[in-house]
Ligand binder design. Sequence first.
Ligand SMILES: *Cc1c(COP(=O)(O)O)cnc(C)c1O
Length: 382
Amino acid sequence: MFENVVAFIRELYNKPSGVIALHEPCMCGNEKKYVMDVIESSCVSSGEYVNSFEKKICEVTGAGYAVSTVNGTAALHTALLLAGVRPNDEVITQPLTFIATVNAVSYSQAHPVFIDVTMDSMGLSPDKLEEFLKVNTKVSSEGCVNLKTGRTIKACVPMHTFGFPCRIDEIVSICRKYHIQVVEDAAESLGSLYKDKHTGTFGRLGIFSFNGNKIATSGGGGCIITDDDELAAKGKHLTTTAKVPHSWEYHHDTVGYNYSMPNLCAALAYAQLEQLPDFIRQKKDLANRYRGFFREMKDIEFVEGPVNSSLNYWLNAIKFSSKELRDTFLREMNDNGILARPVWSLTNKMPMYAHCQVSDLTNAEALENEIVNLPSSIIKNG
Ligand SMILES: *Cc1c(COP(=O)(O)O)cnc(C)c1O
């Protein structure tokens, strides 16, 4: 039924047979050179590339400070602690996200509360958020208290799905009214802007991931950004076992984490960041080709970015008119070696989160059955 799609994607990647992955890294710059530097220096764990990488992240995003971490999940866990999330607090997030967003809330021993997404951005809906807070909470000296559970809602974690910015400015202003800290899960949106401002820089803190499937990768890696110098210093401290600086003594002043990014990975990440504008340009071309192709197809819609946004084009997405058609499409693509993937199953349906409080989830439940991601790697020699 979808032979034409298979043929189009095979031609796009100039790959008449074999597997076409969802997203592969492009190591086309100084990766080998910088990694060799590190190997020859023997500073494989901590070293200068970590500093260069953090400086580069500040340049790219406009954030005041960056703290690199071993992965995006560790960045999010640390950011939640920095935002003041404590055991038995609550954290609002969206159900349509990668499981790591919600797991980081659990690592902080807090309880997730799931609020719906918008249909266009697929990120947290400011309207649903405000409605939920208005009906279900009151602001007291404790902060924002959930009337149903008696717990404090300490933070809100909106996520910029597939690099599409959510309506983050509205979310931040609602949260400010309710004394809720915003931590942006920008794991997927490095290079994406909303109203000309980089995603991740609207909230008190933001995080990125440099996992192998993201737009820029260090194998594994992550980063926290903030404009608050004290939070940044505390973040560095927490992610490096909370060791008090001293030439030879081992003194640690709290339970810290071994969450720092190895210098080897930072060398890779730095080389990738040098190419980010190139990656985005090439991915934009790819998106244009998909858009052109799907314009002619009924029952399938190419998902466009929301208004006021400039995308990183990380993953291309299409939307089906029914779940049956979507399943037929997925089966046919995967049987033919084209690793198209459905959007995540909603996190509130996983056994460990099934008891969590939810808002009306009409949009997330619709999108769960309709959205498919297409192979979106940069076309090499393209
Ligand atoms: C990738 C990702 C993460 C986690 O990043 P890791 O580096 O894999 O730990 C968190 N949230 C979202 C939305 C992601 O896509």
